[in-house]
Design a protein. Structure first.
Length: 192
């Protein structure tokens, strides 16, 4: 594993010096990776691995596990994200607006919209002023599907996070929100 695959602690000072990583983690796969890197490069600051590696590992495991309620409904997570964006905004969106809402490429959104349209979950209509622009809205079936799945999906996600108590979840959400805000700001500035 590399720095993006696994996390690590700092420079050998403090609680991490005895083999335990910050937060008391000894047993996850990233902790093992960090210990291995420390053995090979004891002076290397592997601190960023501690966070980035765990985020990447969690994301990979969550993707592998899939979302059970979505799978039962025959939807992928990206498809549900498109439907959810249309439902939560409450109005029609263009494909480029959906791409921004779901952090997807335009080509991916186009492909997903075609599939969702074939299933009768979304409808596209042309713009009256600009024929190049399409507007997408949920059909009644699409809205009913989202409204039916959302409670089950949230229950599934609650079960996934059930090993953490409420204060831990709140702290984790706040820290991830702070990191995400910083990353979105930096990446947005790089794209401009």
């Amino acid at each position: 594993m590399t720095a993006t695959e696994g996390p690590a602690a700092a420079d050998g000072d403090g609680p991490a010096a005895d083999g335990e990583l910050p937060g008391g983690s000894r047993g996850d796969t990233v902790a093992a990776v960090v210990r291995q890197w420390r053995a090979v490069h004891p002076g290397l600051d592997t601190g960023p691995m501690e966070v980035i590696g765990r985020i990447n590992r969690c994301a990979a495991l969550l993707q592998q596990a899939e979302d059970a309620p979505l799978r039962r409904a025959g939807l992928t997570r990206p498809e549900f994200d498109l439907l959810g964006a249309l439902r939560r905004t409450g109005h029609e969106l263009t494909p480029s607006e959906l791409a921004r809402e779901t952090f997807s490429s335009g080509a991916a959104v186009t492909k997903r919209l075609k599939q969702l349209s074939e299933r009768g979950l979304v409808e596209r209509r042309g713009d009256t002023r600009d024929r190049r622009v399409a507007h997408v809205r949920l059909t009644d079936s699409g809205r009913d599907l989202v409204d039916g799945i959302l409670p089950a999906q949230l229950a599934y996600e609650t079960a996934v996070l059930s090993g953490l108590d409420s204060p831990e979840l709140g702290e984790l959400a706040a820290l991830l929100g702070e990191l995400l805000g910083q990353l979105e700001g930096r990446l947005g500035a790089l794209r401009a």
